[in-house]
Design a protein around this ligand. Sequence first.
Ligand SMILES: Nc1ncnc2c1ncn2[C@@H]1O[C@H](COP(=O)(O)OP(=O)(O)O)[C@@H](O)[C@H]1O
Ligand SMILES: [Mg+2]
Length: 248
Amino acid sequence: MSDAIEFNHLTKTFGDHTVLNALDFKIHEGKITTILGFSGAGKSTLLKHILGIHHPTSGQVKVLGQDLKNLDEGQMREFRTNFGMVFQYSALFDSMTNFDNVAFPMREFTKKSKSQIKEDVLSLMEQVGLDEHAWYKLPSEISGGMRKRVGLARGLALQPKVMLYDEPTTGLDPITTHMVDDLIRRTHAAGASLPMTSVIISHDIAATLRISDYIAFLELGQVVEHSSVEDFKKSTNPTIRKFLELST
Ligand SMILES: Nc1ncnc2c1ncn2[C@@H]1O[C@H](COP(=O)(O)OP(=O)(O)O)[C@@H](O)[C@H]1O
Ligand SMILES: [Mg+2]
């Protein structure tokens, strides 16, 4: 099995606070991997290393075979077109219509014609099940669940090889959570550029067990468990056991 992302002995400190501590971890290509851990464990920090927003204090981050330290800022900006990012609370541009939100990365990063962009945006909005009446509204005029769909469509706009989700269902009601989980799975399966690798950051164990192929558990700056969902359920790590018990 090949790996889409590799962390080799990654250490990250902020001042005298070591958040990631000689972490070794490889994310399998073409799979859905969820990184679990308590609040403050360093999940978002890890994700920001994939995006080249944070740089290692020491150690290496390799994404799609590329050692990120060899990219300058311009190259990193270009390299980020390999990623689709879906944030907590969707993080849409409030003053743009939903259509324009999805079109934004295409206008910014591609040379597509106006009519090609329109065609592609409409096709993405259909793919994520966004109702037609929502297409030309502002994000504030539609429900939270619909905003998630817009965020997902925007994340898919550049046909990414890697989709990254930071707490995609935090703050959503249970029904919307199920909808988003379902959408993440379907998006993964229908990835425009196969094999698509999906990385989800979460502290929601129930959702994680539903949608992941692999689960990694982050604790004290290291990945202390990385296994298939079935094996993860059988983990003997005491913190993971506690985590699992909280969900049932
Ligand atoms: N830019 C930063 N400067 C200083 N400390 C930070 C910064 N980003 C994150 N941290 C600290 O790193 C730790 C992990 O944060 P984070 O990665 O956001 O955790 P999680 O996403 O698992 O909740 C926290 O203690 C946080 O305060
Ligand atoms: Mg976080």
